[in-house]
Design a protein around this ligand. Sequence first.
Ligand code: NAD
Length: 494
Amino acid sequence: MISNFIGGQFRAGSGGKSFPDTNPADGSLIDQVSEASQSDVHDAVQSARAALDGPWGRLTLAQRCDMLHAVADAVDRRADDFIAAEIADTGKPHALASHLDIPRGAANFRVFADVVRNVPTECFTGQAPDGKPVLNYALRRPKGVVAVVCPWNLPLLLMTWKVGPALACGNTVVVKPSEETPATATLLGEVMNQVGVPAGVYNVVHGFGPGSAGEFLTTHPGVDAITFTGETSTGAAIMRASAGGIKPVSMELGGKNPAIVFADANLDVVAAGLARSVFENTGQVCLGTERVYVQRPVFDAVVQRLAETARGLRPGRPTDAATNFGPLVSASHQAKVLGYYQLARDEGARVVCGGGVPAMPDALRGGAWIEPTVWTGLAHGSRTAREEIFGPCCAVIPFDTEAEALTLANDTPYGLAASVYTRDIDRAHRFASKLRVGLVWINAWFVRDLRTPFGGSGQSGLGREGGVHSLEFYTELSNVCIKLEPTDAGAAHA
Ligand code: NAD
């Protein structure tokens, strides 16, 4: 049984309810997950509050940051356990889990411990109207108990991306992992205990959204701030539900990210970039590309390279070294993506490759497998080209001029990320400055320094996290203003 982790203890939900954790590669049952009741969520929030006002709050900044480094080291030492758990829950290939998810899960603790340790304090000196000196300095206090609600696509990586800075800033957390991927958040509880992180600093409650742990947590009056990653519609529901408490929220939401390929681009770089941004993690990356705009002279070449990449992907058992393409996360997500595959055909797409479910060996036939898919012939305004699918697929659409490409790229309610491929440095800067997104890559994808701002505009999110930007959300600023009263006492003693 996968348990909740409350006040440093692994606990079954008090309501006696559980739900299955399924392996999406073959449909087998991994384990049952114990669902947290409303009173369990309450206990988790109370434990987080007690730790905040108790042992965690009493640590010095240096002690806290050293402890987070120890957490990162312990995750590294148990990397094989984390990798196995992440692979079982998501079906992602071993190479991806071992090179991206788990190392980044550990790095998130180190990076934010170092950022918080080194951040300077704002300080001004001035004069009051009577001419006496005045000193202003800004204090950063933790927000308090932070609710962390996570998706399933990069479970440990995205969860620690929030837990790392929250703890580094002195907060305590209650995490609600996705119901699809409960394992690594639970395993992290063991690591916290091994390292000696005080009980109640890190809590995990399992369950679903509405009427379950997600709603109980985000509407709990003892929560001081909510950080969420997931679908735009869920983000809106959480904002509505939490509005009464005027809670600070950080929202990392959906996207429909464009790649823009100019005719002068290096097509090898384009092919390598698109191969990752369209197909990596079976297209289940918020920053992934689902719209590819290609300047007409290289349109056919880019389509051909994309299709070659798609046909060369090797689905298979995720633990096999040869596998580089996993299943989707669940049968229900597979049904959603297949619904879009049908919609694309209904909207007049030419299916260049894929479009269905691959033939898999008997042992994997119960998995949520999907073919990587490339479409041409879709109108820019079609639903397939406008709505987030979150699968390994893209619509390739031609353009003629830079102005037209900009209009197409920006014509979306989302604004998360974009990739631009060109060898013209002037155009790269000009174009990047006009894209309405939180993140632009030039001739690349998914290379980003963790100290930089991360987040989306429009319906892709609210606020920025990353580096010092995370401090804006995870701390409360208080300005302290002191009027100094110089006396002659010093002179008398001299
Ligand atoms: P989701 O919104 O369905 O679920 C996310 C989490 O919210 C889950 O833990 C779920 O149980 C919980 N939840 C659902 N309804 C809730 C409610 N009413 N109250 C409280 N909690 C609730 O998202 P998902 O399907 O797990 O993840 C995929 C989505 O996440 C995609 O839209 C993707 O673009 C987005 N995403 C965004 C980023 C980013 O950084 N912008 C990163 C990764 C994923």
